[in-house]
Design a protein around this ligand. Structure first.
Ligand code: FA5
Length: 348
């Protein structure tokens, strides 16, 4: 092979290399590297042929051959880089330019909403929020609330006892109402007090449309000088109007709870019928819906918390949160609130 033939062959190798490189395919760069620059690659063999040329020609032709080798390497690197980027794109399962999948948003449970709305109503009236334990001592759940150990009033709240004793050796229990928070707060904080507390309570009761063995109450009380039944009536009336609208009315009728005197059941004018709806399934035609228990705090309770009932007086009330949620959402069966059926909850 003479000098011109060698140059001609170099030019053919160049053409065939770039023609092969322009073909698509991710593995093409690696194969071309072997075919042209490998130990037995076409360009490598042609460069090896230079050994038979005179020294001056070998230098000149060698420079041409090495320049082409560098050109091949640069072109191969560039192709490998591009195909690497395409490969990375192809491996990505998502098209990142598309809008994202909608993320299902949860909502607050109707009971949570009802409790928050109730708390908000009283906070607007200046009440602050307290909390208490779910496992309670007999002292706070009953005794300090003026339930004597064998008083039949204890039967009103059929109790779950826990197989644990308190410091006095008495069985602990699951609190049957939120009223123990009254005692805990009054014992720990000096009056004047205006406090609410919402939470879970437990009673050994059969479940039906208006009863559960685990339910929620909202407790409220005030302790100050010269508090009377009139303060209680004004407070509850303002709260009920805030919850159900300014035309809602409240009615108080006498009732018994050992920890208040006088005690009352408080009802709201029916929010589902104009008042004379004999067929109304909620008020049963009476025009009133019973909502909560309330009263003026019994002097014994004030005394049990360490205050002189001649100096300090107060009012207290306790409402079922489920009952409020049912009225707010127009639910006729309390069990709906516990079944967690999304088809129902989404409508509320
Ligand atoms: C009490 O629990 C008193 N602690 C309330 C109270 C507080 C009175 C302060 C006076 C002063 P009662 O047992 O009536 O009271 O319950 C209050 C409310 O809880 C009821 O009006 C009712 O809405 C709700 N409730 C009672 N038992 C159940 C039950 N098994 N399931 C669902 N809600 C209930």
């Amino acid at each position: 092979m003479n000098r011109d033939e060698w140059k001609e062959k170099l030019s053919l190798i160049k053409d065939s290399f770039f023609s092969a490189l322009s073909q698509p395919g991710p593995d093409n760069a690696e194969a071309l590297k072997v075919a042209y620059l490998g130990r037995k690659g076409e360009l490598s063999l042609l460069l090896r042929d230079l050994k038979d040329f005179p020294i001056e020609e070998r230098k000149a032709l060698g420079a041409l051959g090495n320049a082409l080798k560098a050109e091949f390497e640069a072109a191969l690197d560039a192709k490998a880089g591009v195909s690497g980027r395409f490969e990375a794109r192809d491996k990505c399962a998502e098209d990142l330019t598309l809008p994202g999948y909608p993320f299902p948003k949860g909502g607050l449970h109707p009971l949570t909403v009802a409790a928050a709305k109730m708390c908000e109503g009283f906070q607007k009236l200046g009440f602050s929020v307290a909390d208490g334990p779910l496992i309670e001592e007999d002292l706070f759940n009953f005794e300090a609330l003026n339930f004597a150990p064998d008083h039949p009033a204890r039967d009103m709240q059929d109790t779950f006892y826990v197989d644990l004793k308190d410091a006095r050796g008495k069985d602990l229990l699951l609190r049957t109402h939120t009223s123990p928070v009254q005692i805990r707060t009054m014992k720990n904080t000096a009056p004047p007090l205006r406090v609410i507390s919402a939470g879970r309570v437990f009673r050994s009761e059969a479940v039906d449309a208006s009863h559960s063995f685990v339910f929620h109450q909202l407790e409220g009380f005030a302790l100050d000088r010269n508090i009377t039944m009139a303060d209680l009536k004004w407070t509850l009336d303002a709260f009920i109007k805030d919850m159900f609208g300014s035309s809602a009315k409240t009615a108080f009728s006498p009732s018994f709870f050992p920890f208040v005197e006088p005690g009352a059941q408080v009802a709201v004018s029916c929010v589902f019928c104009p008042g004379s709806g004999a067929r109304c399934p909620v008020c049963k035609g009476t025009g009133w819906i019973e909502l909560l228990g309330a009263g003026v705090i019994h002097p014994n309770v004030v005394r049990n918390c360490g205050y002189d009932p001649e100096q300090w007086s107060g009012f207290a009330f306790g409402a079922g949160v489920e009952r409020f949620a049912m009225l707010l959402y127009g639910i006729s069966d309390m069990r709906t609130l516990y079944e967690n059926d999304l088809r129902v909850l989404k409508q509320l």
